[in-house]
Design a protein around this ligand. Sequence first.
Ligand code: MRU
Length: 366
Amino acid sequence: MKIDGTPYRSVWVDAQDGWSVRIIDQTKLPWSVDIVRLVDVAGIAHAIRSMQVRGAPLIGAVAAFGVALALRADASDAAMERDCAMLAETRPTAINLRWAVSRMLARLRPLASQARVSAAYEEARAIADEDAAMCEAIGDHGAPLIAEIAERTGRRVNLLTHCNAGWLATVDWGTALAPIYKAFEQKIDLHVWVDETRPRNQGAFLTAFELGKHGVPHTVISDNAGGHLMQHGQVDMVIVGTDRVTRTGDVANKIGTYLKALAARDNDVPFWIGLPSSTIDWTVSDGVNDIPIEERAASEVTTITGRGLDGTVATVRVVPTGSPAANPAFDVTPARLVTGLITERGRCAASAEGLGALFPEMAPAD
Ligand code: MRU
């Protein structure tokens, strides 16, 4: 997708040297577009932990390039296993991270050490290219839902999204935002309510940035406003991304997603999830009990970052000194609250049957 007319992906191999890895530092957005060069696996791990890169599909792709950088330093079996285990642990909830590292290991383990570096770049590039293609396909399968609302109502379609599940959270296109970009390209009249998404404000900082750069009409709202808007008929459809979907269709996503799903159900607003198949955890059936939820630093709740009127970016405290804060970063929306899943292979019910019909080769034999 584009920033000020220039096409970007959210991760790429440096065209000049052909081996280092470039990312957009998302901790600096929307204030500045800083491109960071990563040269070793420690830098990749830091980028994922510090959320210079974030979003489930993107951290998988970046970790895959991290394996390639790790192998440049030491391609022995022991070092590869150690570095892959370290990368897989950088964040706990998004299954894409473990999926990508496991795929890299499956490709690299059988190879002699001297053949591993070039194979690792090839596989990481394939993961990145496939992610972009899957997300574009999610857009193609999701846009008709928006078109149908436009046709039925004969007016502007109002969508609501939470967190950032756009191109910055993937390699390109996004998951939840891909259908919106596709529908926008098709000239469907639409508008997006963007939840600010405290504590890290991925909605206000990243989704608003992306949509704004693409010219998509949008309005940032406080996290608590969605239910009110739904009660007053101002939301036609909710669409969000996910960090892990169980084989039964439970959906882990950014904290606050569950409350939006409850409000949507109470107001008969369709609640859709966009996801590539790399986000499905086929080993887990009970999302609430079995998906690990990342607990992040209390400082993300007790402080907030913004740009002052003098143009400088500053972090200020918003909680009294001495008050403790808790910061669970994700929650799980049970499948019964989800209208449906939009994948690269099409749409399905959020259920074992729905997912099994789209991905018969993955569904466990009963
Ligand atoms: O903590 P983050 O910013 O990595 O969380 C990201 C999300 O929750 C996204 O909604 C999710 O990864 C889906 S991404 C396409």
